[in-house]
Every structure is written in structure tokens, then in C-alpha cells.
Design a protein around this ligand. Structure first.
Ligand SMILES: [Zn+2]
Length: 89
């Protein structure tokens, strides 16, 4: 997969809630969710991405789509958990 390929995080109604990016934490590459301030339609992607609501590295429950109100959980992968644990220990 090319490094610059955008990986969207989408609700079940095909609204883009954010993007998945690889970031480095403590020398490990982990997945982070770059959460948009508001959802956008996947088939009408704006040229500029919306403002970011925040960056989620750990898990977060019930992130709400601002278009349809559906929620989705962001689950951190094992790699990310290891990186976070090594940061606090
Ligand atoms: Zn939605």
C-alpha cells in the first residue's frame, strides 16, 4: 500500500468520519484515528478535509457520525496498545 494512500474511517452509511494514519509512538508505528470535526459524504469528498476534532490513539467508544448519528467504536490494535504501555511504564 502506498504511504500516501488515504484510509478513511467510515460509518455504516458511508459517511467519512475520519482517516486512519500511521504515527510513531516510542519508536513504534501505530494506527491513529484522525477524527474529523464533522462527517463528510464519501462520494462527495471535499477538496480540503474538515477541521480535525482530535487524534485518537487509544480506543474510544461510540464515536458519533455528525450526519446520521450512528456510532462506531475505535479499537486500538495490539501494536498500539504495546506502544502506549511502553510509554507509561
Ligand atoms: Zn453516518
Amino acid at each position: 500500500m502506498p504511504a500516501n494512500e488515504r484510509r478513511f474511517w467510515i460509518c455504516e452509511h458511508a459517511h467519512v468520519m475520519g482517516e486512519i494514519k500511521s504515527i510513531v509512538v516510542n519508536g513504534r508505528t501505530v494506527r491513529a484515528l484522525m477524527l474529523y470535526e464533522r462527517s463528510v459524504y464519501f462520494n462527495e469528498l471535499p477538496a480540503d478535509i474538515p477541521e480535525l476534532r482530535g487524534k485518537v490513539i487509544g480506543s474510544m467508544d461510540a464515536i458519533r457520525c455528525t450526519i446520521c448519528g450512528r456510532t462506531r467504536d475505535w479499537i486500538i490494535g495490539e501494536d498500539g496498545m504495546q506502544a502506549l504501555l511502553s510509554r507509561v511504564s
